[in-house]
Design a protein around this ligand. Structure first.
Ligand code: GCU
Length: 689
C-alpha cells in the first residue's frame, strides 16, 4: 500500500533537482558496508537505505566492501560485536549498543558521510535519521549527530486478542490475528516493525495483557512456531518479541491442578515452558504479566504475594536472559462506593512498596504513569522514586482510551513529557521520573518505557491520521526525553506532510493546543472519570459515581472533589516525598489543575487563577468547545486544504467535524449537570440548560 495515509512519517516522494538533493545524489551513490556483514539488522539497514535513496533521489547506490580510492561515498560501520541471535547475558538491553554517529567529512576535495553504530541496530537508527534528514531537505551538515538512547527498553504493548479484536483499539482490527490464529501474511506486521524501528523502538509484546483462553496457548508447542514467525519479522528490525502470559496457564491448560508459584510442579512447568520458547525464539524478550488485577489470576489465590509470583517466572527465564515485566495495575475493582476510606489511587503503592528489594534482578515492575488509569490529567504515580531497589518501567497509553479515542485530536507528548520531567524528590538531584526510568537514579540493571499501541488495520494505522503523531512522538521521546513536544510535533509534521511551513506550522499548533482543548471540554481540575462506563467515550458525569471501580467525584449541591489529604482524607498524599507531599496536601499550594484530585472543595472556592471552581468549569467548557471548532476551521483554511492531498485532508476534516460537534455535547452535559447541582449561574450569562 503506497498511499500517503499508510506511509505515515515514512513518506518517500521523489525530491526535485537542485540542492541539497543533488549533493546527496553525489554523496550517496556508493555505500561501503563494514561490520557484521551477516547480521540481519544490518541487511535491513542497508535495504532500507537503498530503497529510501532510490525512491527519494532516484539513484541506485552501489554497495562496496572497501573504501574506494577516491570519490564520495557513505560508509556504514558497526563496532565488532557479535549479534549471535543466541540468548546471552546482559548486553541485549544496554543502551550503549544502540548508539550511532553520523558525520560529514569534507577534505582534500572529497566529501564523505560516515555512519557508525555500536551495533547493527545503531546503524539502522542512523539510517532512518539520515533518510529523515533527506526527506526534510536538510543540508548534510545539519545531519551531523552523535546519539545514544536514554532508555534501555523502548517498548510497545499490543492489546490485540486472537479473535482479531483490540482491547481499547480505535483504528480497526488487529494486524496480528484473525479468527483465533496469527495471520499468514505478515507484510503489514513488517511495515509496522519498520515504523517502530524508525523511531527507535526495540521491544514489543504482541498480545493483550488480558490473556484469554486461546492466547494462553501461545507458549505451547502447538503455537510457538507461529509466534516464532512474528518474532522473525521483528528481529529483522532489532525489536525483541515478548508475550503477555496467563499466570494460571499450568492450571488453565489442564496440565496441573494448581498454579501456586511456590509449588515445585508449577516451577518445573514454567522452566519447561521457557526452554521450549527459547528453542523456537532464541532472542525472546520475556513475559508481560497482569496478575491479580481486574479478575486476572495471580499469586493471591494461593496466599502468595507479587514477589513470589514474579520471582518464580524470573527463575524460569533467567538461564536464557529473559525478562519478567510485572504490571503494578493492582487495585480493588469490587469497591463499595459507600466506603469513603478505600482509595484506588493508593493501591499500587500499598501493594508494591513493601515488596521493594524482594524481586529478582530480571524482574521489572511496569507502573502506569498515574495512580488511576490514563485519565486526561492525573498526578504522577508515587511509586516512582519510592521503589529504590527494584527495576522499573513506566507505562503510557498511546491508544486514546480516555482522551478522545482517536476521534478527537489529542497530542499526548506534552502530557508524557510533564510526567517524565516530574521531580519525585527521592534524592537531592536527578530525581525526575525520567531518571528513574532511564535507570540512572537508583542504578537499575533494567529499566525503560512501555506504552499501549494505538494502531490497527485502518489504512492510516491510527484511525485519526493526526494520531500518528502520538506513535511517532512516543518513540522519539523515549529515545530522548529532552526533546521538546513542539520539536517532535514539527519533525512529525514535516516528515508526514512535507516541509511546507504553511502546512506544518498550523498542524504543529493544532497538536500543541489539543491536549488542553480536550481537557477543557471534558473533566476539569484533575477529577477525571466523568465518562460513559466501559466505553469511556462521551460524557456521563455520574457514570462511575455509584459503581465498584473506585472512581468518584463526590459532587453534591455544595462542592466536589476527592479528599486525599493526610488529616481528613484517604492519606494518599503521604505516599509522595516532601515537598510534593506538602504541596498536594495543602489546599493553598495544590496546583489548580489537580485540585479536585486531592481536595473536596465548595463550588465557590477560588483557584489561583482567581476564578471560582464553578466558574472555571463553565469557562473551560465554553472555551474548549470553541477551540475544538477552531481546529476544524484551521484545517479547512486554504493554506492547508490546497496543499494536503485530498484523501488525507478529508479524513482529518471528518474527524475534526465530529470532534467539534461532540465537544458541544460534552460542554452542555457537564455545564448543565453542575449548574443543576450547584444552582450557581454562569457569571457571563451564557446558555446552560
Ligand atoms: C484499563 C482498560 C482495560 C485494561 C486495563 C489494564 O482499565 O480500560 O481495558 O485492561 O486498563 O491496563 O490492564
Amino acid at each position: 500500500n503506497d498511499s500517503t495515509l499508510y506511509k505515515a512519517w515514512l513518506q518517500d516522494e521523489r525530491k526535485p533537482e537542485g540542492d541539497p538533493f543533488d549533493t546527496y545524489r553525489r554523496l550517496l551513490g556508493r555505500i561501503v558496508v563494514k561490520g557484521e556483514q551477516h547480521a540481519r539488522v544490518l541487511s535491513t539497514a542497508v535495504a532500507e537505505l537503498i530503497n529510501g535513496l532510490q525512491a527519494m533521489l532516484g539513484i541506485q547506490p552501489e554497495v562496496l566492501n572497501e573504501l574506494p580510492q577516491e570519490g564520495s561515498c557513505l560508509v556504514l560501520r558497526t563496532a565488532a560485536e557479535p549479534v549471535s541471535g543466541l540468548a546471552h547475558e546482559v548486553p541485549r538491553w544496554d543502551t550503549g549498543r544502540d548508539a550511532f554517529a553520523l558525520r560529514w567529512v569534507s577534505a582534500d576535495g572529497t566529501e564523505r558521510m560516515e555512519l557508525d553504530g555500536t551495533s547493527a541496530s545503531g546503524v539502522l537508527y542512523g539510517v532512518f535519521r539520515l533518510l529523515f534528514g533527506i526527506s526534510r531537505g536538510w543540508e548534510p551538515v545539519r545531519l551531523v549527530t552523535e546519539e545514544q538512547p536514554a532508555n534501555q527498553l523502548r517498548m510497545i504493548n499490543q492489546w490485540d486478542d486472537a479473535d482479531g479484536s483490540i482491547e481499547r483499539g480505535y483504528a480497526g482490527a488487529s494486524i496480528f490475528y484473525r479468527e483465533g490464529e496469527i495471520v499468514r501474511d505478515l507484510q503489514r506486521v513488517r511495515d509496522y516493525a519498520r515504523l517502530l524501528a524508525s523511531v527507535g523502538i526495540n521491544a514489543i509484546s504482541i498480545n493483550n495483557v488480558n490473556v484469554h483462553e486461546r492466547e494462553t496457548r501461545w507458549v505451547t508447542e502447538e503455537y510457538l512456531p507461529e509466534v516464532a514467525r512474528v518474532a522473525e519479522v521483528f528481529r529483522d528490525y532489532g525489536i525483541a518479541l515478548f508475550l503477555s502470559i496467563n499466570f494460571a496457564a499450568p492450571l488453565s491448560l489442564g496440565d496441573l491442578d494448581t498454579s501456586d508459584p511456590l509449588d515445585e510442579g508449577v516451577r518445573q512447568w514454567w522452566a519447561e515452558a521457557a526452554t521450549r520458547i527459547y528453542r523456537h525464539i532464541p532472542d525472546f524478550g520475556g513475559f508481560v504479566v497482569k496478575a491479580d488485577s481486574e479478575h486476572r489470576p495471580g499469586p493471591f489465590a494461593y496466599g502468595r504475594d507479587h514477589a513470589d509470583g514474579a520471582n518464580m517466572l524470573a527463575e524460569a527465564m533467567a538461564p536464557f536472559g529473559g525478562l519478567v515485566i510485572w504490571r503494578c495495575f493492582v487495585y480493588n475493582c469490587m469497591q463499595d462506593w459507600r466506603d469513603r476510606s478505600t482509595d484506588r489511587a493508593r493501591a499500587a503503592y500499598d501493594h508494591f512498596k513493601p515488596l521493594d528489594g524482594r524481586f529478582h534482578d530480571n524482574v521489572l515492575l511496569q507502573i502506569k504513569n498515574g495512580p488511576m488509569d490514563f485519565q486526561v490529567r492525573e498526578p504522577v504515580s508515587p511509586l516512582f522514586g519510592a521503589m529504590q531497589q527494584t527495576n522499573q518501567m513506566i507505562e503510557f497509553q498511546i491508544t486514546q482510551e480516555y482522551t478522545g479515542q482517536q476521534r478527537h485530536l489529542c497530542y499526548l507528548v506534552p502530557q508524557w513529557k510533564q510526567v517524565l520531567d516530574f521531580n519525585t524528590h527521592a534524592a537531592d538531584a536527578g530525581a525526575e521520573v525520567k531518571h528513574v526510568v532511564d535507570g540512572s537514579l537508583f542504578g537499575m540493571k533494567y529499566s525503560g518505557v512501555a506504552a499501549v499501541s494505538n494502531i490497527g488495520d485502518d489504512e492510516s494505522w491510527t484511525g485519526h491520521p493526526l494520531a500518528q503523531a502520538n506513535l511517532y512522538g512516543y518513540g522519539r521521546l523515549t529515545w530522548d526525553p529532552e526533546l521538546s513536544a513542539e520539536r517532535i510535533a514539527e519533525e512529525w509534521a514535516d516528515l508526514t506532510f512535507g516541509d511546507h511551513p504553511e502546512v506544518t506550522h498550523p498542524i504543529r499548533e493544532m497538536l500543541m493546543a489539543s491536549w488542553s482543548i480536550y481537557e477543557n471540554y471534558t473533566a476539569p481540575l484533575g477529577v477525571g472519570w466523568m465518562v460513559v462506563p466501559h466505553y469511556h467515550y462521551g460524557p456521563d458525569v455520574d457514570g462511575y459515581e455509584y459503581s465498584r471501580w473506585g472512581t468518584y467525584h463526590f459532587a453534591d449541591r455544595d462542592g466536589m472533589g476527592v479528599d486525599r489529604t493526610i488529616a481528613k482524607g484517604t492519606g494518599y498524599t503521604s505516599q509522595y516525598f516532601s515537598p510534593n507531599k506538602e504541596m498536594y496536601d495543602s489546599l493553598e499550594k495544590c496546583p489548580d489543575e489537580l485540585l479536585l484530585f486531592f481536595h473536596h472543595v465548595p463550588y465557590s472556592y477560588r483557584l489561583h487563577s482567581g476564578k471560582t471552581v464553578i466558574q472555571h468549569i463553565y469557562d473551560t467548557h465554553f472555551a474548549g468547545a470553541e477551540a475544538a471548532e477552531e481546529l476544524m476551521h484551521t484545517w479547512a483554511a486554504p493554506a492547508l486544504r490546497d496543499r494536503v492531498d485530498p484523501r488525507r485532508h478529508a479524513a482529518v476534516a471528518n474527524r475534526l467535524a465530529e470532534q467539534a460537534e461532540h465537544a458541544k455535547h460534552w460542554r452542555d452535559v457537564v455545564n448543565t449537570y453542575f449548574y443543576r447541582k450547584s444552582g450557581v449561574p454562569d457569571e457571563r450569562g451564557r446558555t446552560i440548560y
